[in-house]
Design a protein around this ligand. Structure first.
Ligand SMILES: Cc1cc2nc3c(=O)[nH]c(=O)nc-3n(C[C@H](O)[C@H](O)[C@H](O)COP(=O)(O)OP(=O)(O)OC[C@H]3O[C@@H](n4cnc5c(N)ncnc54)[C@H](O)[C@@H]3O)c2cc1C
Length: 301
């Protein structure tokens, strides 16, 4: 299956764009602010919280980074004026971390300011391991002045447990995911079961320290273990939320979580960069190619 997925992923860039969009549109809330805001409203009406992401990363141009920042600022205003339950997730490289630290800090500060003004929250997505130190250090700097900001940790990195336990747990709010980027064996656990074990170890620590966690996974086996942990430690439903990606089929699990009184936040990406994003995701993780094929075949059934 892995070889098949690799083969398909190498062919996808040659598919007509329109065909790729048939796959991508399920996972992306359109290309404009309006399509995204509409999707958020619908999700809120069904009981879901949302985190919104403008697609894109690795911005090399200062003006483009400034433009993305301005779009995020505008989104916070729209979210506030439409009373939507939605925060923002952003990637450091999208708003200038690869241009310069100053550019990134300047842009992030604008986003933090509007987030504070509108009583909202900024989630800093975690990119590949070459950005981990920068992202954590910058988070630590920002946290001195603002608590409404939170990082993401990846359970597939060996370093993550140490990174998490090194932080002051007071008022900490992080998202825990497995990790999506292709990483080398010296930094990344390669065994799926061991990644889940590490995920649960980190989560147990967070629960014991009363750290708020965004539990980001679609893995139902892992979810079963998470429910057991919640029961074992009598964790209050105020201390965590489940998080899922827009469009990923959960076969009733999201509704079950809502019915159990748990919060569920949907990560909604949108924007003009959907194509580059989809292709890049495929290159980073050829296994996603399997989802494309599944989706193409199940579309009309
Ligand atoms: C809300 C959220 C935010 C995230 N933020 C980050 C981040 O900041 N940095 C980072 O490195 N990674 C991030 N990720 C991605 C994450 O690290 C995993 O790569 C991804 O969620 C797949 O892992 P899983 O836990 O769902 O388990 P898996 O075992 O990989 O998947 C479980 C099942 O979910 C389904 N599934 C999973 N992903 C998809 C998909 N894209 N399309 C269709 N079906 C799918 C499949 O049926 C699969 O069998 C995020 C994920 C979520 C849900």
């Amino acid at each position: 299956m892995a070889i098949f997925n690799k083969m398909i992923s190498s062919l996808v860039p040659f598919f007509p764009k329109i065909l790729t969009y048939q796959f991508a549109k399920k996972y992306v809330a359109g290309t404009t602010k309006e399509t995204a805001l509409k999707a958020i409203k619908k999700l809120n009406e069904s009981g879901y919280l949302v985190t919104l992401d403008i697609l894109g990363e690795h911005t090399k141009d200062r003006d483009v980074a400034a433009d993305i920042t301005a779009q995020y600022v505008e989104l916070y205003r729209e979210i506030d004026s439409r009373s939507l339950s939605c925060n923002i997730s952003l990637k450091p490289t999208h708003i200038g971390s690869e241009i310069s630290t100053d550019t990134y800090n300047e842009n992030l500060q604008k986003i933090i300011t509007i987030s504070e003004d509108t009583n909202n929250f900024v989630r800093i997505d975690m990119e590949s391991s070459k950005h981990t130190d920068f992202t954590i250090n910058s988070f630590l700097e920002q946290r001195k002045n603002n608590l409404q900001i939170g990082p993401v940790f990846q359970a597939y990195l060996y370093r993550t447990y140490d990174d998490v336990t090194a932080l002051d747990p007071e008022n900490l709010n992080f998202r825990l995911c497995k990790g999506i980027y292709k990483e080398s064996d010296d930094v990344c656990i390669n065994d799926r079961l061991k990644i889940n074990e590490n995920y649960l170890k980190i989560l147990r620590y967070a629960f014991e320290k009363n750290i708020f966690v965004g539990i980001a996974t679609h893995d139902t086996t892992l979810l079963e273990s998470i429910y057991a942990l919640i029961d074992e430690l009598h964790v209050s439903s105020d201390s965590f939320e489940f998080q899922v990606l827009y469009g990923v089929p959960m076969h009733g699990w999201n509704q079950k979580n809502l019915d159990n009184g748990y919060k569920v936040r949907v990560y909604v990406p949108f924007g003009e960069d959907w194509y580059k994003y989809s292709i890049r995701r495929l290159k980073e993780n050829p296994d996603i190619a399997g989802y494309i094929i599944k989706n193409l075949f199940s579309r009309n059934t």
